[in-house]
Write a protein that binds this ligand. Sequence first.
Ligand code: AP5
Ligand code: MG
Length: 215
Amino acid sequence: MKVVFFGPPGAGKGTQAAKLSECFGIPAISTGHIIRQAMVAGTSVGKIAEDYIKSGALLPDDIVFLLVAERIQNDDCQKGYILDGFPRTLVQAQLMDEKRILVDFVLDIELSDDSIVKRMSGRRVCNACGAAFHIEFNPPTVDGVCNECGESLTIRADDAPEVVLKRLAVYHEQTEPLKAYYEKQNKLIAIDGEGTVEEIFRQIKEVASKAGDLI
Ligand code: AP5
Ligand code: MG
């Protein structure tokens, strides 16, 4: 099964992709997490990425495409993959189609801009494994410590309020038009992103199982 998690920043893509990954036994691949890891490691991509991330802009399409194309060659992607945050421009989606990087369906998590701002303001993330928590809505068991791997939690540099607003504007301008592209291919499935993590996951599991039966 090859799934894309689509939606605005802070919609819950990473949170839900991790749950679906565990449930279906296929890897969740977050381009944002790969880029942040490259920044921590100081690789050439990481150095290029820094200015884009800090300003809330998207990285160039060719760089992100190569990161994904390389990642899905790994053995763990043989049975499928969950792409979180990719593609997010028309050029990225067209490159995928050209290079036969297949997508069965696209889960579009829909959430109002107001809810997004609330969710981003309390987010804490683990730089080691990529898990995301929220100080109020989805707190870790031990304050400041990742439930998954025990590393310290931090605030993402691009969760500063002014950068969140820029990322939302970028989403509406450059990413949202992709919905029409996948609607035309009959692959877009809308998910109501308001509600608890478990409520949203129930919806996702149901539609993913139905869509999986049709693949
Ligand atoms: P990326 O890391 O992908 O960020 P994003 O798309 O902006 O989305 P987020 O990770 O911020 O949010 P999310 O939807 O995963 O929500 P989460 O589950 O954490 O990208 C970062 C940057 O990398 C981009 O700006 C760009 O520069 C670059 N980049 C990445 N991909 C790229 C691409 N394809 N092309 C070019 N550049 C690219 O949840 C948010 C918070 O809400 C958490 O605190 C969580 O605990 C909480 N929460 C989740 N669900 C619920 C719920 N149901 N109720 C209450 N709280 C909830
Ligand atoms: Mg994410």
